[in-house]
Ligand binder design. Sequence first.
Ligand code: HPA
Length: 278
Amino acid sequence: MSLPPDDPHALAAEFVRRWLPETFRARTGIILGSGLGRLGGALTDAIDLAYTEIPGFVCSTAPGHRGHLLAGYLAGQPVLCLQGRFHRYEGHSFSDIVFPIRMLRLLGVKRLLLTNAAGAINTTYKPGELMLIADHINLMGGNPLIGPNNAAFGERFFDMGTTYTPALRALAKVCAAEQGLCLREGVYIAVTGPNYETPAEIRAFRVLGADAVGMSTVPEAIAARHCGMDILGISLLTNMAAGVTDAVLSGSEVLAASDRSAEAMERLITALVRHLPE
Ligand code: HPA
């Protein structure tokens, strides 16, 4: 991948490369979503870099997003872990949101595990369950690839038929069964937020074929596919989406719910990383 040395992604990657131990090479990147940052605590021999130190990174302001890059080992495998992500509702541009993904690619990451908290639209799903993302619907009104194409990352036009890598999804199902975890599978629809949806929007999203709704992940998946990464997406269903029950949705309850169920996500990701090919 050849980028001019003054490309901001290249500068960030170079900065992180200097910070990493010389022999550290991670093929797997993990993005930890709302309230899921504690998985970072499961890494061994981890070192930790604040996003504010990395040139080109914007600041993470979302609650439950710590804003640190971790390098360490999960189940004995080297991983780079982004503890906290950037959202459109924070005011960040789509290109800022995907900046860390491109930096990971330049650092040699080929496989991206995306996690998030989401609301369940499918009424047969329950809060606390995990959902494998089979496909997505982009309703964020934007795309990180709009503008001149950076051919060093990928082609202008490319296929999104299998955005979420079938082999990784199959492996996730095996790992969930091994761990005795219930793993749903469905379509994730992405909106910008920051407000939760109206009941009418949720009814409309159900008609569109969505099983879960959230405010992230899709820009990252688009940029990761563009630069040829394999992707796995897992949503932690923190709540039933608006109007499914009488519950009033609040950010603090969503965070508390993701905290309660983060252990299941941690077990699944750890089992998955253990079984990943080199
Ligand atoms: N809607 C949008 N984003 C979310 C939700 C929701 O219900 N729950 C967690 N993130």
